[in-house]
Design a protein around this ligand. Sequence first.
Ligand code: C2E
Ligand code: CA
Ligand code: CA
Length: 686
Amino acid sequence: MQNDQDRRAELRPYIEILSFWGESIEDYLFLLDVREEKFYFSSCIWEKYPLPFMDIYFGMEDWISIIDVRDRDKVARSLEEVKSGKIDQVSMEYRMIDRKGVSVWVNCVGKCLSYEDGKASIIVGSISENVVSKKIDQLTGLQNQTVLEKVFQDIFQKGETGCFLMLGIDDFKNVNDKYGRKFGDEQLKKLAEIIDKNLDYDSQLYRLDGDKFGINLVGYSKENAKAFYNRIQTEFSIQTYSTVSAGAITYPIEAGNYHNLYQYAEDALNQSKQQGKNKLSFFSIDDYKGHLFFIDLKEEILESIKNNFEGFYIYYQPVVNNADGMLVKSEALMRWRSKQYGEISPVVFIPILEQTGMILEAGKWILENAMKQCREWREFLPNFRMNINLSYIQLKDKKLMEIVFDALKKADLPGSAIILEVTESIQLQDYSYFNLLFYQLSKKGIQISIDDFGTGYSSLGYLKELRVDEIKIDRCFVKSIQEGGYNAHLVKNMIELAHSVNIRVCVEGVETFEERTTLQKLFPDVIQGYYFGKPETPDNFYEKFVLIAKEGKPIVDDGERKIVSEHNNLLKKNSQNYQNLLDELNEVIYVCDAETYELYYVNKIGKKLTGVYDYTGKKCYEVFQKGKKGKKVCEHCEANGLQQGTFHTKIEKAKDVEFVVKEKLILWDEKPARLEVITDNSSEKW
Ligand code: C2E
Ligand code: CA
Ligand code: CA
């Protein structure tokens, strides 16, 4: 084994060359004696960095001691790899702490000069501060995007895994504007400091544009990245009262390149900001494609509108009377066809119109055109009306009334011909604003309908507060509705509630004969849905519905469907015509079981007077003597003495009104039942 002096003598020629070159350049040149674990330097590196003595050679430990603790692990590991023969050259960036305690980024490159036993024994190279300065952010002292890009090129090449997090301070622009740039800078530094403190040795923080930071979390899973973000989020808000949002993407990624990774993370960050900030979103390729699609559509719609609404058109869906299936009105539904993607659903393009404000123009367009159409069909059906949807943006537009009134004038239509649909939502709670607006519209006869009733804002109480004329019960309550089932009860309650405050009810999305039959018995006023007709072009609507209505016929002949329906027997018992007839009478008519008093039938006026529309399972005295529970039979009930064939007649008095009550025993579904007919004796009408 050579002694120290011999080894130095052996290395002297190299060291002399090193010193010679070292004098003419700013970089520190070094020779690393791998075998002896010693560094030799070309110039006085100890002048700038706090090495333990003033010399040109140092032990490995001395060397490591001037490296920033955050990067020590990385450097030590690299030295180990050289020693073990795993690598024979180095190229890395790390921070050294100078005599002033400032962390300085350096670029260190070295190559093997000679080998022993196949391992590098001497490495020569340079440590440069200048190369790195272009890659360092002056404010935070962090590496910038240039470095990040290179790091990810390596990562993708090696197929490593981890998570890239992009962080941004929420409302940073406001912070800068309000408190000044200096304050903003302090916030950025604070955030950098907090992140840095939470980083492990493998991971690295980078300063990106503006208020954004990039963090490469090597080997992190989604869950770990989330936990990391949560720590930063909490510490930052405690220390600065500001919040941070983040977007993250785990790598490797498909078609992995830095450009995509950066854009994806930025997209996820934007998503967090859009969703209310102070949160982390992970990138999803589906969301991203949706985002690109959104941008495409937005541009095309704008173009369409500029080109005189090219691609926009209107479909009309019939709305019929519940009792007889006759056409009463239609809903105007906006359509748009994209040149690139074909027909686009309004659930996709309406939100785009709303977000961009273009809904104001499109809304005006549909108001004018739907009214013109209504005017045309009123030539054949004088009472025909049109429902037109309004967006919140339109409702808040000061010019709305002017636009609506102008459109009526242009179409030469009375206000009573149109019903404006407003979606149920929490915003409707601004009663004073909306009631004033609705009142002003109502002065011209225009009616208001609450769309998608039951889906938005859960308290039904506002029905009493708002001046509206109609509610449209959403399809979700109608789907597979069954007699006596949960939804049937719910719909029945909604209908009763609306009726109790004189609001008309439309049930939407009726698709099947079974849904139609169940609903019919819940007595909404009007119904809409594919069962009666899908939204159609104006020409088709005219042929399929207007012409039939003109002939005084219902647009779907329930009678025809009866024959094909599986529900034959149910309908035999409850013939529609028979019910309609009884509903026309001014007498209250009801049938109940002779023994159990369970109500089998109550006609329309009976329901109206008692306010009980669904009497299923109820006893006659519960309905007619309202709420008198525990009481068995009415005192005056003479059901026991009734006979089949002859009416038993008596006079009864309630609140000074005289009634003629006629009763008899009949067979109802082969069971003995009591038929009761009550007439108001004091006047012709109830
Ligand atoms: P909406 O106002 O609730 O319109 C009813 C939607 O239900 C229409 O969808 C209609 O085609 C559909 N529909 C009708 N009957 C049935 C049925 O029996 N079954 C099923 N499954 N669906 C049925 P569409 O035309 O796709 O419109 C969707 C939404 O777009 C509308 O919902 C409305 O919120 C919005 N929209 C459409 N046109 C306009 C407009 O001119 N202005 C505004 N602001 N929104 C509009
Ligand atoms: Ca609607
Ligand atoms: Ca609706």
